[in-house]
Ligand binder design. Sequence first.
Ligand code: GCU
Length: 681
Amino acid sequence: MKIRYGGDDNPEQLMTLDPAWLPAEAFRAIGARRVLVCAEDGPVVDTVLAEVARACARYGGQVHRDPSFDGAQLMLVLTGSGSLPSAAGDVAAEVSSGEPLGEEGYALARPGGTTVVLADGPVGLLYGLFHVARLGTAAFDGWHPLEARRPAKPRRMLDHWDNVDVHPVMGQVERGYAGGSIFWRAGQPRDLARVREYGRLLAAAGVNAISVNNVNVHATEARLLTDRLHQVAAIAAVLRPYGIRVHLSVSFASPMVLGGLPTADPLDASVRQWWADAVSAVYAAIPDFGGFVVKADSEGQPGPFGYGRTHADGANALAAALAPFGGVVHWRAFVYNHHQDWRDRSTDRARAAHDHFAPLDGQFADNVILQVKYGPVDFQAREAVSPVIGAMASTAVAVELQVTQEYTGQQRHVCYLGPLWSWVLGFPFSRRTVAEVAAELVAVSNVGDDPFWTGHPLAQANLYAFGRLAWDPSLDPVAVLDEWISLTFAPCPSPLRAALHEIMDSSWSVYESYTAPLGVGFMVDPGSHYGPSVDGYEYSRWGTYHFADRDGVGVDRTRASGTGFTGQFPPPWRDVYESPDSCPDELLLFFHHVPYTHVLRSGLSVIQHIYDTHFDGVARVVQMRRRWAEVADFVGQARHARVAELLDEQVRSATEWRDHINTYFYRKSGIPDARGRRIYA
Ligand code: GCU
């Protein structure tokens, strides 16, 4: 596969930047109308005005600013900006009797033939405008009762794993599958026009915070906190008009590597002073700076353990420096010893975060947010929900998702992750779901300098869905996908819509079916994490992750005979997962080592399930490719060609997965396929 994603030396770069879910057409319904904007100018209101003006210039509508104008078909009104037009006044009266809209909320109503969007803050007005775009002509039909919308979570954040310099192993973007960084190129800041467009896309999906650099903070990137701070300030200035605040990943060792101190001990007075001084310089440059993201004591990053301190000590030291300015620390719970994974039962990586953090609950400062990966291992296509999320009753927790598809096909495979995230968000810990427990949602971005933003044009849907589900975790992921289709392919002909749903709705479970069965995880190529390597797990002393032998397969994480990980869950899950009889089949091999002949709820044995799902998975990918070929006439040529080329790769890769996995387990088990298919390629 020879796709080249981006970079200024790439001829493809000459291709226009894809508008993703904001093509001009998505604003037709707005742009064809008389639009009254009642709000005082300011950076975000100017964004609203520019959007409306651009749409009206294109589709023949008009923009009005005088509140006494009485011919408006759409009113965008900021409360507190003087006397309200009468239609808006009625809506305001109704809104004021309910819960406040807040800075980011908005109300929409359609009394007497005028569509009214009302907000208490400029960002709410911008979100309201994008909501009208999502509704399209439906926003202007008939009568709408008042609907007030507010985000479920105050912060909806994307983490970029971008490096400033090109890292010798990880390149410009760690685990990036869409070309280079949109912020930097080989050590230098880039033109930020693309970042402005990115801000626009993110605002339309509801994202309001980004961290700009890799959690593995190398030497050059560490300096973003000091002598490269102006580069962060420039990004913040471009994103501010879209209601997006900027955060920075920092090295825990900054006082040493940047400040020349002999220690980074979080309880040392000179270290604390160094952080305080560094933070006040940041706020002088970026008054609305969001805060720090920290990966400490993990995969080679420095941390408090080096000083005999806890992670609460470490996080609180940085939090103390940020608190006077309203900043926060996102402290990652992805703390494990990669030299020790599977050394013995007690070093199962799945246990590590809970072992480290559950005892610290209640010890974190108020402006620390513990950022917990959704699963206890590492963004696998299927793993249990992390028990840490349910164990931190007195700590603010951000659930971390991965939009970049490190373990889910690396944006070469179609894998719409909305259903996975919905499953995670809906998972009930005792009485509360993950969505209810989580203070915020964070995800690793999948964007690079590729003209399609995300390498695979259909991977844009994951970025959009993250924003929408972070705004409202109760949304149906297929309905969110439908929204994305409607906007992106506006106006979307029904054969194309049908094909996209057929290709994407269940693409996560298709991906799962031809890769790792029954939650076993980690059968990927070590290092790159793409393609099959059944015994390839990089850290295990035994060289396998799944413990397959001639009798059975799976990871025993029970209390009775395994790593004891099941004991980290509250009831009822600690017991549900403990027994293979009650453990859900899709997680069976995540929790249990079972014989190949173990019978699943489907009536199939484990080995037959492995064979069947791998054959079926490939057949479904072949069908995806066929469906995409059928809709060529409805999609722009470049986009169609890119997806078609990637589907060829997906068919090749899925076939490779099928043959590796089936052959491997046939050889181990010696049990032939009951349906007599040829197992070897
Ligand atoms: C994974 C990934 C790393 C990343 C790490 C993290 O292990 O492979 O590249 O740094 O997650 O989340 O910090």
